[in-house]
Write a protein that binds this ligand. Sequence first.
Ligand code: SF4
Length: 300
Amino acid sequence: MERRDFSWSVSRHDTFESCRRKYYYSYYAAQEDAEIARLKRLSALPLWAGSVVHETIEAFLKERDAMPAEAEQKAIAEAAVHERMKADWHDSEAGSERFRLFEHEYEQEVSADDKKLAVATVRRCLRAFFRSAVLAEAFAAGRANWLSLEDLIGFELEGVPVFLRMDLAFRSRSGQVVIVDWKTGRSEGRFNAVQLAGYALYAAEQGWVARAEEIETELAYLAVPRHVRRRVSADMLAGARSFVVKSAARMRALLADPARNEARIDDFARIDRPQRCRRCNFRRLCFPRAEALVTAEARA
Ligand code: SF4
């Protein structure tokens, strides 16, 4: 497989901070080894619910210009549960390449309650999405004023390519640029502020606004539901710029050859956190014998 150039993303930063070895597997070994790439793609129950919600919202927004009636909203949510989730579950159990849950891969029992929770999260999030003020605001603005819909956006910061996925951005009727991030978890992620500032940097770079203050970001916690809207400032943009540049420099400092983006496994240490390793997609690589992880956990 062809080695890719170095680039920065929030999830890359998150992985780097959680475990250097996991970062190596995810961003280097996975490019060269199909089995490691497959492990990287494993989903897990909460993550799965989030993907179903995101993809349902994306498909809906790509097709529709107005709010559907309540019965249709319900039908969309039920199709997500009864068609999409059912097909995923079936494929995962069968060991498919298309979709595989961590729980099936590592033969972890999934209780009926855990399954019900994933299904309830999807229903709850989609109900909150249809009822959200920001969706009504986006429809009121009109599709002609939508600036981005689930686009993978990229820009450069001091020579570092930065990539982000933007859920929805539109110019509101009052002229503000509103950037929305749908969340299916209940609490603030560790790097939400950086992600939102990254969106704002992109908006400023694209010339969508003349001043940072013309941008508003909204974290839409659909499972709660709670919507946190913030106005962006020039200071936030400067803070995000410096965060990204420093984070990229720390990642590149561990490379055997930064110019060629080449890494050596031994330079990326494993963590000593058995609880975290138990939930890691790559645990089979670090702990080929399951009992080694159990022993480490008992010791911790
Ligand atoms: S199993 Fe643990 S040490 Fe290995 S990559 Fe995952 S988190 Fe890191």
